[in-house]
Design a protein around this ligand. Structure first.
Ligand SMILES: Nc1ncnc2c1ncn2[C@@H]1O[C@H](COP(=O)(O)OP(=O)(O)OP(=O)(O)O)[C@@H](O)[C@H]1O
Length: 254
């Protein structure tokens, strides 16, 4: 990691889906112990940016990526980079909670078990620690062997956070993680994020301007595949430098 705490560096990133250029030369960085919000109108490339950082876009046909992304000084698109290993370091949460249809315990230990961990003490400890960090241990500790699909949406999303944490990532990417949840569940996730940033770098795509201003340290505003403005969240919201940013945050478009 660089001296200035940059955990992810993105340099002149272009992403194409066939002929469509979804990201047009993006250069930015994401710091450790910070929450970075990525905002902008529909189709501006927010999800593409996240999916390019952990190479989920590999699964899409016809994608071309140029430029460089480094996570903790490792080049994400280097030929010797193992995408499965990368996704352990760069965990991701989605808009719809997506626990597997297994027990809570098996969800949280999934990543460890596919890496070959069989020691029950290690697995038990990982379950307790990850569920504690995801602020859901007290709610589920007496029913770890119940199916995770029997939980509420907000609880399922926190199980998904625990599942990500169990593989000890460096970065957590969150694509609108609370937009399918009620306000109380969203608030729990936001509080959890503020605690998690003590140990991780978090990147959150959100359409909710209040959420971006409440929880993020820095905010990046995208429009039509370009990074228009990126800075301290209070500056972006209180004194944006670009007219497009001001128009967007004041609700004039998007
Ligand atoms: N798999 C795909 N194949 C082809 N085009 C795609 C694909 N995924 C995204 N795109 C296009 O790339 C552009 C950026 O999409 P992306 O999903 O990154 O935007 P977004 O800002 O996350 O949008 P939203 O807020 O609506 O989720 C859009 O024009 C979209 O139609």
């Amino acid at each position: 990691m660089s001296k200035d705490n940059n955990l992810i560096t993105v340099q002149d990133l272009h992403v194409y889906y066939g002929q469509l250029e979804a990201l047009k030369g993006v250069t930015m960085n994401f710091k450790k112990n910070e929450i970075t919000a990525v905002i902008g109108p529909s189709g501006c490339g927010k999800s593409t940016l996240l999916k390019t950082i952990n190479r989920l876009n590999d699964l899409v046909a016809n994608v071309t990526v140029t430029g460089t992304i480094k996570v903790d000084d490792q080049n994400v698109y280097a030929p010797n980079m193992d995408a499965v290993e990368l996704r352990k370091q760069v965990g991701m949460l989605f808009q719809q909670p997506n626990p597997f249809p297994f027990s809570i315990y098996d969800n949280v230990t999934y990543g460890l078990r596919i890496s070959g961990e069989k020691n029950k003490t290690v697995l038990d400890e990982a379950v307790e620690k990850s569920l504690q960090a995801a602020a859901i241990w007290d709610e589920v500790k007496d029913r770890l062997h119940d199916n995770a699909l029997g939980l509420s949406g907000g609880q399922q999303q926190r199980i998904c956070i625990a599942r990500v944490l169990a593989t000890k990532p460096k970065v957590i990417l969150m694509d609108e993680p609370t937009s399918a949840l009620d306000p109380i569940s969203s608030d729990k996730i936001e509080r959890t994020m503020l605690k998690l940033k003590e140990d991780y770098s978090i990147v959150i795509v959100t359409r909710n301007m209040q959420q971006a201003s409440r929880i993020s340290d820095r905010t990046a505003f995208f429009l039509a595949g370009e990074l228009i403005e990126f800075g301290e969240t209070r500056d972006i919201f209180m004194q944006p430098q670009k007219k497009e940013t001001e128009d967007y945050i004041s609700g004039r478009f998007g």
